[in-house]
Design a protein around this ligand. Structure first.
Ligand SMILES: NC(=O)c1ccc[n+]([C@@H]2O[C@H](COP(=O)([O-])OP(=O)(O)OC[C@H]3O[C@@H](n4cnc5c(N)ncnc54)[C@H](O)[C@@H]3O)[C@@H](O)[C@H]2O)c1
Length: 250
């Protein structure tokens, strides 16, 4: 059992979720990594230390799996201070060939998954005035060819967050969204390796001229998760190195 501030992090065994766990632990917290990938969980716990974190196998597309994972937090840590919904996948495909199953899987993981976790976490979060940070993307505010399911899902995460923010604000639970630009993680590494993401034009288009490191997104998420942002609620914070504000197309 821990008395440390506790974070429940979906997709916590990799990329942005793992970087958030490191940042949370660095300021004295305990991280529960909820992830589908058990091999990655084992590696992540050996990196973070068993005194600072534990893993729980969790598939955010399953209500039973999510409810069971949050039940372990109620039973073991007995407190919950923040949730980071970072579980996600990418699946670029032409919009005229997309199947219902593929489209709905993307929404299920990102949107319904975030809702399932928020719903199961709320009774614990409201005890201590906790926070939820949902991970969207610049895809929430852009049109992107071959990303119909992803842009739809990420835009919907903003709507979910805003509604939870106003519905649960009265219970002291704040809900915000972080919307990263392109970040160096296994997620983008794989897309680049498969030829589904061309990184050179993205770097050219990003004012800072590079991808973010996961730690840079984790720092913004940590701000939204902690008292430093105590009056920020329902906000979508774009963290993209200047990508989406760039009007320099002339
Ligand atoms: N990397 C980027 O450039 C970027 C940019 C914007 C937004 N994002 C978003 O950030 C989030 C994290 O991405 P990342 O780059 O850290 O990716 P990542 O692949 O490094 O990590 C994602 C993790 O989610 C887990 N996961 C996938 N499906 C799951 C499920 N059904 N249930 C539980 N866990 C599941 C994976 O096992 C993996 O460990 C995603 O929502 C992604 O859409 C990433």
């Amino acid at each position: 059992m821990t008395k440390k501030p506790t974070a429940f992090i979906t997709g916590g065994a990799s990329g942005i979720g793992l970087a958030f766990a490191q940042a949370w632990i660095a300021q004295g917290g305990f991280a529960v990594l909820a992830d589908l990938n058990t091999e990655r969980i084992v590696d992540a716990i050996s990196l973070l230390g068993a005194e600072n974190a534990r893993g729980v196998e969790c598939n955010v597309t399953s209500r039973d799996s999510v409810d069971a994972a949050l039940a372990t937090v109620a039973a073991t840590e007995t407190r919950l201070d923040t949730v980071l919904n970072s579980a996600g996948i990418a699946h670029p495909e032409p919009s005229d060939a997309i199947t219902d199953e593929s489209f709905e899987l993307m929404l299920n993981i990102h949107v319904t998954g975030s809702m399932r976790v928020a719903r199961a976490a709320y009774p614990l979060l409201r005890e201590g005035g906790g926070t939820i940070v949902n991970v969207a993307s610049v895809a929430a505010v852009s049109g992107m060819p071959q990303r119909a399911s992803y842009t739809t899902a990420k835009a919907a995460i903003g709507g979910l967050s805003r509604t939870l923010a106003v519905e649960w604000g009265g219970s002291g639970v704040r809900v915000n969204t972080v919307a990263p630009g392109y970040v160096r993680t296994p997620f983008t590494d794989q897309l680049i390796a498969e030829g589904k993401l061309n990184d050179a034009p993205i770097r050219r288009r990003t004012a800072l001229g590079r991808f973010a490191e996961p730690e840079e997104i984790a720092a913004a998420a940590l701000f939204l998760a902690t008292a430093a942002s105590s009056f920020v609620n329902g906000h979508l914070l774009v963290v993209d190195g200047g990508l989406t504000v760039d009007g320099n197309w002339y």
